[in-house]
Design a protein. Structure first.
Ligand code: GLN
Length: 201
């Protein structure tokens, strides 16, 4: 198994909280590539799509010709993790206030992701959540966060808030509603790196 130091991980750097992911991954020892162009995808072991604004990220991914190649790589088993807007980008179906959203997406996770799902009162909040396989709760930061409303049998739910999935895995794909890159806790980043090391399985 590769060491963290041997991993080359991409962070999509078009919009949103990509610097924070970069710092976290570097802290764990990997080399990090900020992905802005298709050629930056070469030789990556895995990639993170950060939080931000999913409509903007989607438009920029089309403009910079990144949507198709990333979709193809992920369909071929390339490990991909989306946080918040990144998870929205990975979904097959996107809704907001009962409306189906026709924004650009990768369409990989067999799930319906609801944008801004926690409503006005709980627009941004923090919560200690139980994560499958972790021996202590994870302090999760939610910012205009989505959750998953419906999903297929291939999706494994790793954490929920009020029984709504907020951390999920589907083979080589990982999605989280919250922002582990804004905390000091490296466990979710480690989880993703371990997923890469074990071949996305
Ligand atoms: N609400 C944003 C969206 O719909 C996501 C927010 C975030 O990434 N923190 O894209």
């Amino acid at each position: 198994m590769k060491k963290y130091e041997e991993l080359k991980v991409g962070v999509l750097a078009l919009q949103g909280a990509f610097r924070e992911h970069r710092l976290m991954l570097e802290r764990l020892g990997c080399s990090v590539v900020e992905v802005r162009l298709p050629r930056h995808l070469e030789g990556l072991d895995g990639m993170v799509i950060p939080g931000g604004e999913s409509t903007a990220i989607g438009k920029l991914m089309v403009e910079w010709k990144l949507l198709e190649p990333i979709r193809e790589m992920a369909q071929g088993g390339f490990p991909l993790w989306g946080t918040c807007a990144g998870m929205i980008m990975m979904a097959r179906r996107i809704t907001e206030r009962e409306r189906v959203m026709e924004q650009h997406r990768l369409g990989l996770l067999d799930a319906t992701v609801v944008r801004n799902a926690f409503g006005r009162q709980r627009e941004s909040f923090e919560a200690d959540i139980e994560v499958k396989g972790f021996d202590a709760p994870f302090h999760a930061i939610f910012i205009r966060a989505p959750f998953i409303s419906e999903y297929g049998p291939e999706l494994e739910v790793l954490a929920t808030v009020d029984s709504n999935p907020v951390f999920v895995r589907q083979g080589n794909l990982l999605g989280s509603s919250f922002h582990p890159e804004l905390t000091d806790d490296v466990r979710i980043h480690s989880y993703f790196l371990d997923m890469i090391r074990s071949g996305g399985m």
